[in-house]
Design a protein around this ligand. Structure first.
Ligand SMILES: *Cc1c(COP(=O)(O)O)cnc(C)c1O
Length: 360
Protein backbone atom coordinates (compact mmCIF):
# COMPACT_ATOMS: atom_id res chain seq x y z
CA UNK A 1 0.00 0.00 0.00
CA UNK A 2 1.25 3.50 -0.82
CA UNK A 3 1.78 5.45 2.40
CA UNK A 4 1.36 9.21 2.55
CA UNK A 5 2.95 10.65 5.65
CA UNK A 6 1.34 13.90 6.89
CA UNK A 7 3.67 14.39 9.87
CA UNK A 8 4.36 17.96 10.99
CA UNK A 9 8.01 17.07 11.60
CA UNK A 10 10.21 15.23 11.17
CA UNK A 11 8.27 15.13 7.94
CA UNK A 12 8.34 13.12 4.75
CA UNK A 13 11.22 13.74 2.34
CA UNK A 14 11.10 13.51 -1.45
CA UNK A 15 11.38 9.87 -2.48
CA UNK A 16 14.11 10.71 -5.00
CA UNK A 17 16.23 12.16 -2.18
CA UNK A 18 15.72 9.11 0.03
CA UNK A 19 16.73 6.83 -2.87
CA UNK A 20 19.83 8.86 -3.66
CA UNK A 21 20.92 8.77 -0.01
CA UNK A 22 20.25 5.03 0.07
CA UNK A 23 22.28 4.42 -3.07
CA UNK A 24 25.23 6.38 -1.65
CA UNK A 25 24.89 5.14 1.90
CA UNK A 26 27.59 2.46 1.94
CA UNK A 27 29.96 3.99 -0.57
CA UNK A 28 29.93 7.73 -1.11
CA UNK A 29 31.17 8.45 -4.63
CA UNK A 30 33.78 5.70 -4.71
CA UNK A 31 35.38 6.71 -1.41
CA UNK A 32 34.72 3.24 -0.01
CA UNK A 33 33.03 4.86 3.03
CA UNK A 34 29.56 6.19 3.71
CA UNK A 35 28.85 9.88 4.32
CA UNK A 36 28.40 9.07 8.02
CA UNK A 37 31.98 7.79 8.09
CA UNK A 38 33.78 10.56 6.23
CA UNK A 39 35.85 13.29 7.90
CA UNK A 40 34.32 16.73 7.81
CA UNK A 41 37.80 18.04 6.95
CA UNK A 42 38.33 15.59 4.10
CA UNK A 43 37.89 16.16 0.39
CA UNK A 44 34.42 14.59 0.19
CA UNK A 45 32.52 16.67 2.73
CA UNK A 46 33.68 20.21 1.89
CA UNK A 47 31.99 20.17 -1.55
CA UNK A 48 28.78 18.95 0.11
CA UNK A 49 28.53 21.80 2.63
CA UNK A 50 29.59 24.26 -0.08
CA UNK A 51 26.77 22.97 -2.28
CA UNK A 52 24.22 23.17 0.56
CA UNK A 53 25.16 26.82 1.01
CA UNK A 54 25.35 27.68 -2.71
CA UNK A 55 21.99 25.99 -3.40
CA UNK A 56 20.39 27.86 -0.49
CA UNK A 57 21.76 31.19 -1.74
CA UNK A 58 20.59 30.50 -5.29
CA UNK A 59 17.12 29.26 -4.35
CA UNK A 60 16.33 32.10 -1.96
CA UNK A 61 18.29 34.84 -3.73
CA UNK A 62 20.61 35.62 -0.82
CA UNK A 63 23.21 38.34 -1.37
CA UNK A 64 26.77 38.47 -0.04
CA UNK A 65 25.58 40.81 2.72
CA UNK A 66 24.27 37.70 4.45
CA UNK A 67 25.98 34.66 5.91
CA UNK A 68 24.43 31.20 5.49
CA UNK A 69 25.36 28.89 8.35
CA UNK A 70 24.37 25.52 9.78
CA UNK A 71 23.92 25.30 13.55
CA UNK A 72 23.07 22.32 15.72
CA UNK A 73 20.30 22.43 18.29
CA UNK A 74 17.36 22.94 15.93
CA UNK A 75 15.11 25.98 15.83
CA UNK A 76 14.64 25.94 19.61
CA UNK A 77 18.27 26.71 20.25
CA UNK A 78 17.97 29.71 17.94
CA UNK A 79 15.31 31.12 20.29
CA UNK A 80 18.07 31.63 22.89
CA UNK A 81 21.05 32.09 20.58
CA UNK A 82 19.59 35.00 18.66
CA UNK A 83 18.81 36.85 21.89
CA UNK A 84 22.27 36.09 23.33
CA UNK A 85 23.86 37.59 20.24
CA UNK A 86 21.53 40.44 19.37
CA UNK A 87 19.60 41.53 22.45
CA UNK A 88 22.31 42.24 24.99
CA UNK A 89 20.16 44.00 27.59
CA UNK A 90 17.99 45.93 25.11
CA UNK A 91 14.32 45.48 24.20
CA UNK A 92 13.12 43.07 21.53
CA UNK A 93 9.64 43.03 19.99
CA UNK A 94 7.83 39.72 19.48
CA UNK A 95 4.57 38.96 17.71
CA UNK A 96 2.90 36.11 19.59
CA UNK A 97 1.12 33.93 17.04
CA UNK A 98 1.47 30.53 18.63
CA UNK A 99 3.32 28.10 20.83
CA UNK A 100 6.62 28.51 18.99
CA UNK A 101 6.61 32.31 19.08
CA UNK A 102 5.81 32.34 22.78
CA UNK A 103 8.65 29.89 23.41
CA UNK A 104 10.98 32.14 21.45
CA UNK A 105 9.92 35.17 23.50
CA UNK A 106 10.39 33.27 26.76
CA UNK A 107 14.01 32.45 25.97
CA UNK A 108 14.76 36.03 24.93
CA UNK A 109 13.64 37.31 28.35
CA UNK A 110 16.82 35.88 29.82
CA UNK A 111 18.89 38.35 27.83
CA UNK A 112 16.88 41.57 27.89
CA UNK A 113 13.35 42.97 27.82
CA UNK A 114 10.68 41.48 25.66
CA UNK A 115 7.70 43.44 24.39
CA UNK A 116 4.84 41.37 22.99
CA UNK A 117 3.60 43.76 20.29
CA UNK A 118 0.48 41.71 19.56
CA UNK A 119 -0.93 38.30 20.43
CA UNK A 120 -3.75 36.06 19.21
CA UNK A 121 -3.49 33.84 22.29
CA UNK A 122 -6.94 34.79 23.61
CA UNK A 123 -8.60 33.33 20.53
CA UNK A 124 -6.41 30.20 20.58
CA UNK A 125 -4.06 31.59 17.96
CA UNK A 126 -6.71 31.36 15.26
CA UNK A 127 -5.34 34.35 13.31
CA UNK A 128 -2.33 36.60 12.72
CA UNK A 129 -2.86 40.01 14.40
CA UNK A 130 -2.93 42.78 11.77
CA UNK A 131 0.40 44.59 11.54
CA UNK A 132 -1.41 47.95 11.78
CA UNK A 133 -2.27 47.07 15.41
CA UNK A 134 1.19 46.10 16.58
CA UNK A 135 2.51 48.26 19.41
CA UNK A 136 6.17 48.38 18.51
CA UNK A 137 9.07 49.70 20.60
CA UNK A 138 10.96 52.61 19.00
CA UNK A 139 14.56 51.53 18.49
CA UNK A 140 13.92 47.87 19.35
CA UNK A 141 16.92 45.53 19.04
CA UNK A 142 14.83 43.50 16.57
CA UNK A 143 11.29 42.44 15.69
CA UNK A 144 10.61 38.68 15.78
CA UNK A 145 7.87 36.84 13.91
CA UNK A 146 7.00 33.20 13.21
CA UNK A 147 6.08 33.10 9.52
CA UNK A 148 4.13 29.84 9.71
CA UNK A 149 2.52 28.54 12.86
CA UNK A 150 2.91 24.80 12.62
CA UNK A 151 0.58 23.94 15.50
CA UNK A 152 -2.21 26.51 15.08
CA UNK A 153 -2.17 26.31 11.27
CA UNK A 154 -1.78 30.02 10.46
CA UNK A 155 0.69 31.80 8.18
CA UNK A 156 1.65 35.33 7.23
CA UNK A 157 0.41 35.78 3.66
CA UNK A 158 2.66 38.84 3.28
CA UNK A 159 5.86 39.39 5.18
CA UNK A 160 5.59 42.49 7.38
CA UNK A 161 8.02 45.40 7.19
CA UNK A 162 9.93 46.36 10.32
CA UNK A 163 10.43 50.05 11.16
CA UNK A 164 13.59 51.58 9.69
CA UNK A 165 16.66 50.46 11.62
CA UNK A 166 14.90 47.55 13.34
CA UNK A 167 16.04 44.17 11.99
CA UNK A 168 13.19 41.80 11.17
CA UNK A 169 13.94 38.28 12.41
CA UNK A 170 11.83 35.26 11.54
CA UNK A 171 11.44 31.68 12.59
CA UNK A 172 10.65 30.07 9.21
CA UNK A 173 10.96 26.47 10.37
CA UNK A 174 7.77 25.25 8.77
CA UNK A 175 7.58 27.29 5.59
CA UNK A 176 11.15 27.95 4.51
CA UNK A 177 11.63 27.29 0.78
CA UNK A 178 7.90 26.76 0.31
CA UNK A 179 7.28 30.21 -1.17
CA UNK A 180 9.15 33.19 -2.53
CA UNK A 181 9.96 36.15 -0.27
CA UNK A 182 12.24 39.16 -0.27
CA UNK A 183 15.32 38.25 1.78
CA UNK A 184 16.39 41.90 2.01
CA UNK A 185 13.43 42.62 4.34
CA UNK A 186 15.09 40.46 6.99
CA UNK A 187 18.01 40.90 9.33
CA UNK A 188 17.96 37.19 10.00
CA UNK A 189 15.82 34.11 9.51
CA UNK A 190 16.25 30.57 10.69
CA UNK A 191 14.62 27.18 10.32
CA UNK A 192 14.89 23.80 11.98
CA UNK A 193 15.50 21.50 9.01
CA UNK A 194 13.03 18.72 9.75
CA UNK A 195 9.95 20.22 8.10
CA UNK A 196 11.05 21.32 4.65
CA UNK A 197 14.81 20.85 4.50
CA UNK A 198 15.82 17.46 5.83
CA UNK A 199 16.77 15.82 9.13
CA UNK A 200 16.09 17.17 12.60
CA UNK A 201 18.87 18.57 14.75
CA UNK A 202 20.28 21.20 12.43
CA UNK A 203 19.05 24.72 11.82
CA UNK A 204 19.67 26.76 8.72
CA UNK A 205 20.50 30.32 9.80
CA UNK A 206 20.74 33.24 7.39
CA UNK A 207 21.99 36.42 9.05
CA UNK A 208 23.12 39.80 7.80
CA UNK A 209 26.85 39.99 8.45
CA UNK A 210 26.73 43.43 10.10
CA UNK A 211 24.20 42.09 12.63
CA UNK A 212 26.36 39.10 13.48
CA UNK A 213 29.18 41.55 14.19
CA UNK A 214 27.12 43.20 16.99
CA UNK A 215 27.66 40.32 19.41
CA UNK A 216 29.65 41.08 22.54
CA UNK A 217 32.28 38.34 22.27
CA UNK A 218 33.20 38.63 25.93
CA UNK A 219 29.69 37.59 26.99
CA UNK A 220 28.71 34.83 24.57
CA UNK A 221 30.41 31.41 24.54
CA UNK A 222 32.28 30.55 21.34
CA UNK A 223 29.86 27.85 20.19
CA UNK A 224 26.90 30.19 20.62
CA UNK A 225 28.25 33.12 18.62
CA UNK A 226 27.12 33.59 15.02
CA UNK A 227 30.54 35.00 14.17
CA UNK A 228 32.17 31.68 15.06
CA UNK A 229 30.05 29.85 12.49
CA UNK A 230 30.67 32.53 9.89
CA UNK A 231 34.44 32.63 10.46
CA UNK A 232 34.79 28.84 10.52
CA UNK A 233 32.44 27.93 7.67
CA UNK A 234 30.06 26.25 10.16
CA UNK A 235 32.98 23.95 11.13
CA UNK A 236 34.36 25.28 14.40
CA UNK A 237 33.62 21.80 15.67
CA UNK A 238 32.32 18.70 13.90
CA UNK A 239 29.13 19.76 12.11
CA UNK A 240 26.13 17.44 11.66
CA UNK A 241 27.56 16.10 8.41
CA UNK A 242 24.77 13.71 7.49
CA UNK A 243 22.06 16.31 8.06
CA UNK A 244 23.92 18.84 5.92
CA UNK A 245 24.40 16.19 3.22
CA UNK A 246 20.64 15.55 3.10
CA UNK A 247 20.01 19.30 3.01
CA UNK A 248 22.31 19.49 -0.03
CA UNK A 249 20.30 16.71 -1.70
CA UNK A 250 16.98 18.40 -0.88
CA UNK A 251 18.13 21.70 -2.30
CA UNK A 252 19.43 19.87 -5.41
CA UNK A 253 15.94 18.39 -5.73
CA UNK A 254 14.32 21.82 -5.35
CA UNK A 255 16.51 23.21 -8.12
CA UNK A 256 15.69 20.26 -10.40
CA UNK A 257 11.99 20.94 -9.82
CA UNK A 258 12.00 24.56 -10.88
CA UNK A 259 13.04 26.20 -7.61
CA UNK A 260 10.93 28.07 -5.10
CA UNK A 261 8.49 29.66 -7.58
CA UNK A 262 7.49 26.26 -8.96
CA UNK A 263 7.25 24.83 -5.45
CA UNK A 264 5.02 27.71 -4.37
CA UNK A 265 2.61 27.05 -7.24
CA UNK A 266 2.27 23.40 -6.31
CA UNK A 267 1.92 24.27 -2.61
CA UNK A 268 -0.83 26.79 -3.38
CA UNK A 269 -2.65 24.22 -5.50
CA UNK A 270 -2.41 21.52 -2.79
CA UNK A 271 -3.66 23.86 -0.07
CA UNK A 272 -6.50 25.12 -2.27
CA UNK A 273 -7.69 21.57 -2.97
CA UNK A 274 -7.88 20.79 0.71
CA UNK A 275 -9.35 24.09 1.92
CA UNK A 276 -11.94 24.15 -0.87
CA UNK A 277 -13.02 20.70 0.24
CA UNK A 278 -13.17 21.76 3.90
CA UNK A 279 -15.19 24.87 3.00
CA UNK A 280 -17.77 22.84 1.08
CA UNK A 281 -18.12 20.23 3.78
CA UNK A 282 -20.63 20.51 6.62
CA UNK A 283 -18.91 17.65 8.42
CA UNK A 284 -15.34 18.95 8.62
CA UNK A 285 -14.38 22.41 9.81
CA UNK A 286 -11.30 24.59 10.04
CA UNK A 287 -10.75 26.61 13.26
CA UNK A 288 -8.50 29.13 11.53
CA UNK A 289 -9.33 32.61 10.13
CA UNK A 290 -9.71 32.22 6.39
CA UNK A 291 -7.27 34.99 5.46
CA UNK A 292 -4.44 33.50 7.52
CA UNK A 293 -4.74 29.80 6.73
CA UNK A 294 -1.42 28.01 6.47
CA UNK A 295 -0.52 26.38 3.18
CA UNK A 296 1.78 24.00 5.04
CA UNK A 297 -0.21 22.78 8.05
CA UNK A 298 -3.92 22.33 7.49
CA UNK A 299 -5.73 22.04 10.81
CA UNK A 300 -9.26 20.64 10.75
CA UNK A 301 -11.83 18.80 12.84
CA UNK A 302 -14.74 16.42 12.50
CA UNK A 303 -17.90 17.19 14.55
CA UNK A 304 -16.44 15.80 17.80
CA UNK A 305 -13.28 14.57 19.49
CA UNK A 306 -14.27 10.88 19.39
CA UNK A 307 -14.78 11.10 15.65
CA UNK A 308 -11.43 12.88 15.32
CA UNK A 309 -9.75 9.89 16.98
CA UNK A 310 -11.67 7.45 14.79
CA UNK A 311 -10.74 9.48 11.71
CA UNK A 312 -7.03 9.40 12.58
CA UNK A 313 -7.00 5.67 13.24
CA UNK A 314 -8.98 4.70 10.12
CA UNK A 315 -6.88 7.06 7.97
CA UNK A 316 -3.73 5.38 9.29
CA UNK A 317 -5.12 1.99 8.31
CA UNK A 318 -5.79 3.40 4.83
CA UNK A 319 -2.15 4.51 4.45
CA UNK A 320 -2.63 8.17 5.42
CA UNK A 321 -0.42 8.50 8.47
CA UNK A 322 0.32 11.03 11.24
CA UNK A 323 -2.86 13.08 10.87
CA UNK A 324 -3.40 13.59 14.59
CA UNK A 325 -3.50 17.25 15.63
CA UNK A 326 -0.85 18.58 18.01
CA UNK A 327 -1.43 17.47 21.59
CA UNK A 328 -2.04 21.09 22.65
CA UNK A 329 -4.89 21.72 20.19
CA UNK A 330 -6.36 18.29 19.39
CA UNK A 331 -8.33 17.63 16.21
CA UNK A 332 -6.54 16.69 13.02
CA UNK A 333 -3.70 18.22 11.06
CA UNK A 334 -2.40 17.48 7.59
CA UNK A 335 1.09 18.81 7.03
CA UNK A 336 1.65 19.21 3.31
CA UNK A 337 5.20 20.47 2.93
CA UNK A 338 7.18 20.57 -0.32
CA UNK A 339 7.72 16.81 -0.42
CA UNK A 340 3.99 15.94 -0.26
CA UNK A 341 2.78 15.28 -3.80
CA UNK A 342 -0.63 16.48 -5.04
CA UNK A 343 -1.63 12.80 -5.21
CA UNK A 344 -1.22 12.56 -1.43
CA UNK A 345 -3.60 15.46 -0.86
CA UNK A 346 -6.07 13.97 -3.32
CA UNK A 347 -5.87 10.60 -1.55
CA UNK A 348 -6.59 12.37 1.74
CA UNK A 349 -9.63 14.16 0.30
CA UNK A 350 -10.97 10.90 -1.17
CA UNK A 351 -10.63 9.26 2.23
CA UNK A 352 -12.27 12.23 3.97
CA UNK A 353 -15.30 11.94 1.67
CA UNK A 354 -15.69 8.24 2.42
CA UNK A 355 -15.29 8.80 6.14
CA UNK A 356 -17.91 11.56 6.09
CA UNK A 357 -20.44 9.29 4.31
CA UNK A 358 -19.91 6.52 6.83
CA UNK A 359 -20.12 8.73 9.90
CA UNK A 360 -22.52 11.62 9.36
C1 LIG B 1 9.14 22.59 14.72
C2 LIG B 1 9.26 24.04 15.00
C3 LIG B 1 10.18 24.54 15.94
C4 LIG B 1 11.03 23.64 16.79
O1 LIG B 1 12.05 23.07 16.05
P1 LIG B 1 13.19 22.20 16.76
O2 LIG B 1 14.15 21.99 15.65
O3 LIG B 1 12.53 20.95 17.24
O4 LIG B 1 13.75 22.98 17.87
C5 LIG B 1 10.27 25.90 16.11
N1 LIG B 1 9.49 26.74 15.41
C6 LIG B 1 8.60 26.30 14.50
C7 LIG B 1 7.76 27.28 13.75
C8 LIG B 1 8.46 24.95 14.28
O5 LIG B 1 7.57 24.49 13.37
Amino acid sequence: MKIYNFSAGPAMLPEAVMRKAQAEFLDYQGSGSGMLELSHRGKFFQPVIDRAEANTRELLGISDDYAVIFVQGGASMQFAMLAMNLLNGGTADYVDTGVWSSKAAKEAKMFGSVNIVASSKETKYDHIPAASEWKQTPGAAYLHITTNNTIAGTQYMNMPTAPAGVPLIADMSSDIMSRAFDVSKFGMFYAGAQKNLGPSGVALVVIRKDLAARTDDSKVPTMLRYSTYIDEGSMFNTPPTFAIYILALITDWLKEHGGIAAMEQVNDAKAKLLYDFLDESKFYSSPVARADRSRMNVVFRTPDADLDAKFVSEATAAGLTQLKGHRLVGGCRASIYNAMPVEGVQALIDFMKKFECANK
